[in-house]
Design a protein around this ligand. Structure first.
Ligand code: SPV
Ligand code: MG
Length: 346
C-alpha cells in the first residue's frame, strides 16, 4: 500500500514505513512519527482511498495506544457490521470480530467450518462502518504458519488493527464448549506462527495477540506460564490468557505470577464476577473483551418477539419489543444520504 502525490517538483511518497519527501529525485526528508499529523497538513484528498488509508492508520495508532496508555480498553464481540456499529455507538473502545459470533451468523458451529475469507469479509464489513479499531479473532490462524502469514496480509488489507491467534490444533473447537476438543498445538509450532505473523505484518503498529489455551485444555498454570513466556519471546504484542472456570481464581493466579511488561488480555465470559473496576486495579491487563453478549441478547430478544407474534396471531402487541423503523434508518445513515441527495440529485 503506498500513496504518491506530485506537486510540481516537490513530491512525497508514503508507505507503511513512513513518509519520504523528494525534490525532483532527491530525498530530503523522511518522517515516521509525525505522519499522522502530516496527512491533514498536506491536505490529502478528504475522500477516496487515501482517506481510507488514513482512517486505518489512525485505528492502528489508537489500538497501539490501548496497550501502552494507563487503564484498560474495553472491546465487545460482533459477528456483523450492524452489531459492530451498535458497539461503537454505545461508546466501547474497540470491536472483537468474534469467531463465535461470525460462525453463529452463518448458523454453523465455531469449529473452523467457514473459511478464513468469510471471517475476513465479516471483519472488513465491520471495519467499513466504524471508526474504532477492530481486533480479529483468527482462531488458530486457519492452518499452519503459511496460513497465518496469508491471514495477516488479508486482515491488514481489510483495515484490521490486529489479530489474535490461539495455540490449539487446527481445526479448533470453541473454548467454552463442554466436552469440546481442546487439543494444544506443540509450543514450537505456535512460536513459528507468531514469528511468521510478526515478520510479515506490513504496518508496524499491527498487533499480534498470542492466546494461551493451556487453562482451557486443563494443562495447568505451569504450562500456561511456560507457553506465555515463549510467545512473548517470539514477539507477541500481548497475551490473551483464556479460562472457562466459573470463578476468576485461576485467571487471577496467572495474573499474580505474570511479571513481564507484555500486557494481558481477558475474555471474562465464564467468570463475569470479575468486573472492569477490579481488572483496572490489577494493572497488567490492557484489553478486556465481552466476547458474545450482544449476540446472545439479540437471540433472546428475537425468540421472545417471534413467540409473541405467533401467540397473538398478528403484530399488534409487539411495539414495545422493537425499536421504531426510523431508528434503523438512522443507524443505516439515511440522514446523510438525504443530505447528499439535496446536493447531488437533480
Ligand atoms: C470468540 O468470541 O469467538 C472467542 C471467545 O474466541 S470464546 O468464545 O470464549 O472462545
Ligand atoms: Mg473465537
Amino acid at each position: 500500500m503506498s500513496d504518491y502525490i506530485e506537486r510540481d517538483k516537490l513530491t512525497f511518497s508514503s508507505d507503511i514505513t513512513g513518509i519520504k519527501f523528494f525534490y525532483g529525485r532527491h530525498k530530503f526528508y523522511e518522517f515516521d512519527i509525525l505522519k499522522k499529523y502530516l496527512y491533514p497538513i498536506l491536505e490529502i484528498r478528504k475522500e477516496g482511498p487515501e482517506m481510507t488509508y488514513m482512517d486505518n492508520k489512525n485505528k492502528l495508532l489508537k489500538a497501539r495506544e490501548f496497550l501502552t496508555r494507563p487503564g484498560v480498553a474495553v472491546g465487545v464481540g460482533a459477528g456483523d457490521a450492524l452489531c459492530a456499529k451498535l458497539i461503537e455507538q454505545a461508546g466501547f473502545d474497540f470491536i472483537w470480530s468474534s469467531s463465535l459470533c461470525i460462525s453463529a451468523s452463518y448458523v454453523v458451529p465455531d469449529a473452523n467450518l467457514i473459511s478464513m475469507s468469510q471471517y475476513c469479509e465479516a471483519a472488513r464489513s465491520m471495519n467499513e462502518v466504524v471508526s474504532i479499531p477492530i481486533l480479529a479473532d483468527c482462531d488458530t490462524g486457519y492452518g499452519n504458519a503459511n496460513n497465518v502469514i496469508y491471514a495477516v496480509k488479508k486482515f491488514e488489507e481489510a483495515g484490521i488493527v490486529g489479530i489474535s491467534i490461539e495455540d490449539k490444533k487446527f481445526p479448533k473447537d470453541n473454548s467454552l464448549l463442554e466436552g469440546g476438543r481442546q487439543e494444544l498445538a506443540p509450543i514450537e509450532e505456535f512460536v513459528g506462527k507468531i514469528k511468521g505473523a510478526k515478520d510479515h505484518q506490513r504496518n508496524k503498529e499491527f498487533i499480534v495477540i498470542a492466546r494461551v489455551e493451556a487453562l482451557i485444555a486443563g494443562w495447568g498454570q505451569a504450562e500456561a506460564m511456560k507457553r506465555a513466556l515463549r510467545y512473548v519471546e517470539a514477539g507477541a504484542d500481548s497475551i490473551l490468557i483464556h479460562s472457562r472456570s466459573k470463578q476468576p481464581d485461576e485467571i487471577l493466579e496467572f495474573i499474580r505470577n505474570w511479571n513481564q511488561p507484555t500486557p494481558l488480555v481477558l475474555v471474562p465470559t465464564n467468570y463475569p464476577s470479575l468486573t472492569l473496576r477490579e481488572v483496572e486495579k490489577l494493572k497488567k491487563v490492557k484489553l478486556f473483551i465481552y466476547a458474545n453478549q450482544p449476540l446472545r441478547a439479540s437471540v433472546k430478544a428475537q425468540e421472545a418477539l417471534l413467540e409473541e407474534i405467533k401467540r397473538a396471531g398478528g403484530i399488534h402487541t409487539i411495539d414495545h419489543m422493537m425499536v421504531p423503523v426510523n431508528h434503523i434508518f438512522d443507524i443505516q445513515g439515511v440522514p446523510a444520504m438525504k443530505e447528499d441527495e439535496q446536493k447531488y440529485l437533480v
